[in-house]
Design a protein around this ligand. Structure first.
Ligand SMILES: [Zn+2]
Length: 178
């Protein structure tokens, strides 16, 4: 079985403009490309698990999602990093779907498809819902980053909800390599 790092997208990998809906808005946070390259060299699959309710709300066109992710690939290519798989929820919260984080379904689906051992895998995100999803999926550890909503999240939630905090994704490397 394989090991993976599950990553929230907006606010963790890239800047979060709120309902990012065009490729030109895709901007990596500092150090992210190099960090993702390093994780891949360590043998981790990189899986984006993201709530994209903007699609269900009509604020993001479904056909633009592949273009946005193609742009992300372009930005990662110079350091030979890439996202191995995307697992996304397009529902609005009030639809009460079975896949929106904090439910673990996006992680469980990816694990099933790619033969991932969740107990050897990590979840990283800037929101409590990311941490809860990672916990519920049975990840080895869940980490909070201070980018995006991370600092607000840190003030608002119990420390028991996560196993480590870092100011940004690149500082997570030290926690994962341990
Ligand atoms: Zn959903």
């Amino acid at each position: 079985m394989k090991k993976a790092v599950f990553l929230d997208r907006d606010g963790t990998i890239n800047e979060d403009p709120g309902y990012l809906n065009q490729a030109s808005q895709m901007k990596l946070l500092p150090g992210v490309a190099e960090t993702l390259a390093s994780l891949r060299r360590q043998g981790y699959l990189l899986i984006v698990v993201s709530n994209q309710s903007g699609v269900g709300r009509g604020l993001i066109r479904l056909e633009d999602i592949p273009k946005i992710h193609a742009r992300l690939d372009e930005l990662l290519a110079p350091v030979s990093a890439k996202i191995d798989h995307y697992e996304l929820c397009f529902h609005r919260p009030e639809e009460n779907c079975s896949c929106r984080k904090p439910l673990p379904e996006l992680l469980l689906r990816a694990a099933e498809k790619l033969d991932i051992d969740l107990s050897q895998s990590y979840m990283v995100g800037d929101k409590a819902t990311d941490l809860e999803a990672g916990r519920a999926a049975g990840c080895k550890a869940v980490f909070l980053v201070g980018t995006g909503d991370g600092l607000r999240t840190k003030k608002a939630i119990s420390m028991e909800l996560y196993d480590g905090f870092a100011m940004g994704l690149s500082e997570i490397l030290a926690l994962i390599s341990q």
